[in-house]
Ligand binder design. Structure first.
Ligand SMILES: Cc1cc2nc3c(=O)[nH]c(=O)nc-3n(C[C@H](O)[C@H](O)[C@H](O)COP(=O)(O)O)c2cc1C
Length: 193
């Protein structure tokens, strides 16, 4: 069985339980020098084909992912006591769907995408006053119906290794399994928790 189908099911259970973690994931990256980094992202989509996350091309994480850096996504759903670790390959989605989806973003997120053209994400800025002034000035682009700025992007994360840890087991012996993609088939192994 494709373990991504199990993730889809478990995420639905987490949403139904109003789990605050259901909307997000942790994206960990290793760059070419072996430096690790991790951050919370909205998990925009999970299907049997993979995961989708949105970001801006001005961000450090885009530089790592687009240059072939390795990723691991962590999902933890406290409401159902299940954790997933996912590894695989990342492919940038440069399609019209990303730009259409951007149109549905709330204004605060849109303003930031316009801001990143002058001030890249994660770069230092003089102070919060300058930041707020710069952000407010970007509202004009939205009011004018400006198309999505360059830099708006998304990645499709294809899984080749998925590890599931289920804490809701008898005797508190957690059920831990690793699923590895070999050709078209997922190989399952039970791991010591
Ligand atoms: C709940 C939550 C959701 C977030 N969602 C996103 C997101 O979807 N995209 C994004 O670029 N940053 C998101 N962030 C901010 C990132 O965690 C991070 O601070 C930012 O992307 C800069 O990361 P970088 O310097 O590694 O590129 C979110 C943060 C939180 C706490």
């Amino acid at each position: 069985m494709n373990p991504l189908a199990t993730i889809v099911e478990d995420r639905s259970l987490a949403f139904a339980a109003d789990d605050p973690m259901a909307k997000t994931c942790t994206l960990a990256l290793a760059d070419g020098d072996g430096h690790a980094s991790a951050r919370t992202l909205v998990l925009r989509e999970v299907t049997v084909n993979g995961l989708v996350v949105f970001m801006n091309q001005s961000s450090p994480k885009w530089r790592v992912l687009s240059s072939g850096g390795h990723y691991e996504v962590l999902l933890w759903y406290p409401s159902i006591q299940r954790q997933y670790r996912i590894q695989g390959t990342a492919k940038e989605l440069a399609d019209e769907g990303v730009r259409e989806s951007w149109q549905l973003r709330p204004d605060p997120g849109k303003r930031l995408d316009f801001l990143y053209r002058d001030h890249p994400q994660s770069s230092p800025i003089k102070d919060r006053t300058q930041l707020l002034q710069s952000v407010i000035a970007k509202q004009q682009f939205i009011n004018d119906g400006h198309p999505p700025p360059n830099g708006v992007t998304a990645f499709h994360l294809t899984a080749t290794m998925i590890e599931r840890l289920d804490l809701s087991q008898e005797l508190e012996v957690h059920d831990r399994r690793r699923f590895t993609l070999r050709g078209d088939a997922w190989i399952s192994q039970v791991l010591v928790p």
